[in-house]
Design a protein around this ligand. Structure first.
Ligand code: ADP
Ligand code: ASP
Ligand code: MG
Length: 410
């Protein structure tokens, strides 16, 4: 007998029929003798709908109230799934985040899970019940409802698997695993049997939304066996694994595992600032004081005592960042502040990069062949990212997929 945590995403519980399909799957697993904890998202589109309702009243709704609102989406699905399970004679009990004692900090809209008190859930499992938990939500120490950031149900699943010491955490979604890139953009994309935590983390942080980044971090840190599968068809899915495990099974390390992309960024440039110590701090200090996260940063080589400074932020923060820079421009001695929010970031990810030279030049050559201009470049040990004009995003991803022959198994 195994203890399995299964998370079903929004599309997988998108209507009554699909919720009944999930109930049947869960019952199948239980009948094979396993203890099952199910985490569900809100029905697809519901979280967006709720956000739109709040924004129809105020452009920046109070974060606490937004979380009270957003958490209702998942509360609907836990109840409907339990009703479906009970209808088939399967004992089940629903838990909101607070009832599941998923304790978080008080950072509304992007709270972090700090602890889970799992006794009540364990007692239900031991009594033969299926435990159904609302994803994406928790409760802070004052009893306020919190949510975990978009895609946060993945993290609920992994955190519950860690707290209950589950044998596996299965993430059921609308694709049958992790692909070399988003199969909706490149139909030739190939499902990976395995990908390392490190690579999955880079893919998630570079924009692949198949798993929320925090869920991958959490699973890596707590050694949670994590698998991405389809809720619509049977198959092995993709196992997220450790590099050592690949080596132990002497599996081939692929040079490149995948391509991630992200259209959520915008870039800002401060032109003609004095090239002197402290300038990066003077520019980015006020930005970070406003709680705006900066991703890529480039400072050009100085010429005639001045330099240009470019960085990227989330597209939602673009206007506010531009405003902050304009306010400080005179004080910085800058000639001009400019920005562009029609950019996209393409990232190539693979642990094989560590031991192979020439990946970057092959990447740049493939983009050049399509006439795509690279605006910014940044690298890490296993990732190369470039910023290009947004209109080239899909062409760029396809060109890279082809250049690195990602449609073919290594
Ligand atoms: P869920 O609602 O189940 O959480 P998401 O929409 O959050 O599902 O994530 C699944 C989607 O992630 C897929 O439909 C796919 O379009 C997208 N995706 C992006 N990159 C990848 C990738 N490399 N492999 C698989 N899916 C990806
Ligand atoms: N319902 C939330 C969202 O849409 C959480 C999730 O689906 O993981 O972001
Ligand atoms: Mg998701």
């Amino acid at each position: 007998m195994a203890l399995i945590v299964q998370k079903y995403g929004g599309t997988s519980v998108g209507n009554i029929e699909r919720i009944q399909n999930v109930a049947e799957k869960v019952i199948g697993w239980r009948e094979r003798g396993h203890q099952i904890v199910v985490v569900v998202s809100a029905m697809s589109g519901e979280t967006d709908r709720l956000i739109a309702l709040a924004k129809a009243i105020a452009s920046r709704p109070p974060p606490r109230e937004l979380d009270v609102l957003l958490s209702t989406g998942e509360q609907v699905t836990i109840a409907l799934l339990c009703i479906a399970l009970e209808k088939h004679g399967c004992p089940a009990r629903s838990y909101t985040g607070g009832q599941a004692r998923i304790l978080t900090d008080n950072a509304f809209n992007k709270a972090r899970i700090q602890a889970i008190e799992a006794d009540a859930m364990r007692a239900d499992l031991d009594a033969g019940r299926v435990v159904v938990v609302a994803g994406f939500q928790g409760v802070d120490e004052d009893g306020n409802i919190t949510t975990l950031g978009r895609g946060g149900s993945d993290t609920t699943g992994v955190a519950l698997a860690a707290a209950l010491k589950a044998d596996e955490c299965q993430i059921y979604t609308d694709v049958d695993g992790v692909y070399t890139t988003d199969p909706r953009v490149v139909p030739e994309a190939r499902r990976l049997d395995r990908i390392t935590f490190e690579e999955m983390l880079e893919m998630a942080s570079a924009g692949s939304k198949v798993l929320q980044i925090r869920s991958v971090e959490f699973a890596g840190k707590h050694n949670v066996p994590l698998r991405v599968l389809s809720s619509f068809q049977d198959g092995p899915g993709t196992l997220i694994t450790f590099e050592e495990a690949l080596e132990a099974e002497s599996m081939e390390k692929e040079l490149i595992s995948g391509i991630a992309f992200n259209r959520d960024e915008a870039k800002l440039t401060v032109l003609g600032v004095p090239d002197r110590p402290g300038i990066a701090f003077s520019i980015l200090g006020p930005v970070s004081d406003a709680n705006i996260e900066v991703d890529m940063i480039i400072q050009n080589i100085g010429r005639d005592g001045t330099t240009d400074f470019t960085f990227t932020v989330h597209r939602n923060d673009y206007e506010r960042t531009l405003e902050i820079l304009r306010q400080h421009a005179a004080q910085l001695g800058a000639r001009e502040v400019s920005g562009d929010n029609r950019i996209a970031k393409l990232s190539l990810v693979g642990i094989g990069m560590r031991s192979h030279a020439g990946v970057a030049s092959r990447m740049f050559e493939a983009l050049a062949k399509e006439g795509i201009n690279i605006r910014m470049i940044s690298t890490s040990e296993i990732k190369i990212s470039v910023v290009v004009d947004e209109k080239y995003l899909e062409l760029g991803v396809r060109a890279l997929h082809e250049a690195f022959e990602l449609d073919k198994a290594a």
